[in-house]
Design a protein around this ligand. Structure first.
Ligand code: SIN
Length: 288
């Protein structure tokens, strides 16, 4: 990791990943040197956290565009006035939240999202933390034998089973109200290497996730699932994770190819409202 930052203060959150960043005020403006260091911290720590940002939707969008082109989420409710921002909302009467199972964003796209920028507009008095896991650490801890085998594999990813028709069977529609929809748009299928060379760091990372990976290419679902389940359980070991406690005005910027995340659903009866912008990625190459 690059520990030499001169325009920001970087405080690691856990040995595996995550750092809180001080010295950034998005509303006041982020200079090119500061932005370069922020981007370096993103590469070094996989998820970075800012506190006490007081920004408008337009400032959120302008900040996001410095990271890359915006990838508009097809399934989350957009902010009415700013459709490039997706709402991650849970109302006091709703039971299910968005993102409660471990996943990485948009792996069903041919060019999966590089980053996601989540900004807290309203948070519960306690609870609603987000967990992150390092897919570098998960890969590094595998045996040489399994690393060798996985490096020969590709996996199929799809939006269909998570967001398509039938995905919400058995879910109370009131619980989804105003949050998730557009099931007809769930048509994305993609194939990616199981072990990727991260496009920014060059490091190997495990690239399968429980929400969107369907099977290994050339394997049946039944053959694939036991090994996928092993990899998911392996990847969420405590040592590979960090946990972020939100406050109003906090922001998390995570590296999708390098991480999984999971939004805890432990704050029933209170509102949590986040605004998310997702940043376009690039093709993922195998680590060979
Ligand atoms: C998400 O999966 O993007 C939501 C994360 C969160 O709400 O903490």
């Amino acid at each position: 990791m690059n520990a030499s930052y001169s325009t920001i203060q970087v405080s690691p959150l856990s040995p595996a990943l995550g750092a809180e960043i001080d010295g950034i005020d998005i509303a006041a403006g982020v200079g090119d040197d500061q932005f370069a260091e922020l981007r370096q911290a993103f590469v070094d720590y996989s998820v970075i956290f800012l506190r006490d940002q007081d920004i408008t939707e337009d400032q959120h969008i302008a900040f996001a565009e410095r990271w890359g082109a915006i990838n508009v989420n097809r399934f989350f409710q957009p902010v009415a006035t700013h459709p490039r921002i997706a709402e991650v909302r849970k109302e006091p009467h709703q039971k299910a939240n968005i993102g409660s199972s471990w996943h990485t964003d948009h792996s069903y796209d041919g060019l999966p999202a590089l980053g996601s920028i989540l900004y807290a507009r309203e948070v519960p008095s306690v609870g609603g933390d987000t967990l992150f896991a390092s897919m570098y650490a998960a890969y590094d801890a595998l045996s040489d034998g399994l690393k060798r085998m996985l490096s020969t594999l590709k996996a199929e990813h799809s939006s269909r089973h998570a967001f398509g028709a039938g995905a919400y069977a058995g879910t109370d529609t009131e619980d989804l109200g105003g949050r998730l929809g557009n099931t007809a748009a769930a048509t994305q299928d993609a194939v990616h290497p199981v072990v990727i060379r991260h496009p920014l760091s060059g490091r190997p990372a495990l690239y399968v996730n429980g929400d969107f990976t369907v099977r290994f290419e050339g394997w049946t679902k039944e053959e694939s699932q036991p090994l996928l389940d092993y990899l998911y359980a392996h990847a969420r070991q405590n040592e590979f994770t960090c946990r972020f406690r939100w406050r109003r005005g906090s922001m998390a910027i995570w590296d999708n190819p390098a991480t999984h995340h999971c939004a805890l659903n432990d704050y029933h009866g209170e509102r949590r409202l986040m605004h998310r912008i997702t940043i376009e990625g690039e093709p993922l190459a195998a680590f060979a």
